[in-house]
Design a protein around this ligand. Structure first.
Ligand code: 13P
Length: 254
């Protein structure tokens, strides 16, 4: 069975004290109730990764980074390499988030290099793809997502692609309160799986976890997670409140 995953992307939020308190609250609530086979991942700002890894290790969840450099090491002021991030106990890394594409000019070519670096250092990339509103209105969303996956993922070998997670995050749904309907999410997730199956065979396509992201909250998570090709969520705003985040984790059918 595919791995079911709920990952929280804190983006650029929380001071050190607030981060520590949120991590302990998440750990406490998870200890009260959680479906056993759901992987929970918390992706704080990089400054708190080591702290997150320590708390995660003791509480059966995982830490994830929000980005890594596409360079291996050296004179790249302000950057963090895959090796450095890995050495802080990190298991997952979000790559290709639409905010990085939009505000930091990341292209799929650069993101492909980041995916390679993450895999080299034994971290699971969570590769984000998704269309903007205009592209959906013009009915180009399938083409856009297919291009993104072809450019950033399809260079991988079969055994590598099985080690990645894909997150479908329609940009028009991120932070807007407008969630994709369960049907829209299912349709795109099935399409993404078909792209992977076409390249790597259906066994590999069936093995890949595909998460939904974009205004996912405790009120809509259950219906989204019931879709056959939705294997969990990448949660932004709602991951900043421990109760909401853990409610989303518990939205999976037990
Ligand atoms: P929101 O859940 O705040 O819409 O953000 C989604 C997201 O960007 C997760 O990476």
């Amino acid at each position: 069975m595919r791995k079911r995953i709920v990952a929280g992307n804190w983006k650029m939020n929380k001071t050190f004290i607030e981060a520590e308190s949120l991590l302990f609250d998440i750990a406490d609530l998870l200890s009260e109730s959680r479906p056993k086979d759901v992987e929970v991942v918390v992706c704080p700002p990089a400054l708190y990764l080591e702290l997150t890894s320590d708390i995660a290790q003791q509480n059966d969840f995982k830490s994830g980074a929000q980005n890594i450099s596409h360079h291996a090491q050296g004179a790249y002021t302000g950057e963090l390499s895959a090796e450095m991030v890995k050495s802080a106990g990190v298991k997952y890394v979000i790559l290709g988030h639409s905010e990085r594409r939009l505000y930091f000019g990341e292209t799929d070519e650069v993101i492909a290099q980041k995916i390679d670096k993450a895999l080299k250092h034994d971290m699971t990339p969570i590769y984000c793809c998704g269309e903007v509103l205009e592209e959906r209105e013009e009915e180009r969303h399938f083409q856009v997502v297919s291009d993104q996956i072809n450019k950033a993922v399809c260079h991988l070998a079969d055994h590598e692609v099985r080690d990645i997670v894909i997150a479908y995050e329609p940009v028009w749904a991120i932070g807007t309160g407008k969630t994709a309907s369960p049907d829209q999410a299912q349709e795109m997730h099935a399409y993404i799986r078909s792209i992977i199956s076409a390249h790597y065979g259906s066994e590999t396509g069936d093995a890949i976890s595909i998460l939904y992201g974009g205004s996912c909250n405790p009120g809509n998570a259950a219906e989204l997670f019931q879709q056959p090709d939705v294997d969990g969520g990448l949660i932004g705003g709602a991951s900043l409140k421990a109760e909401d985040f853990v409610k989303i984790v518990n939205s999976f059918k037990k």
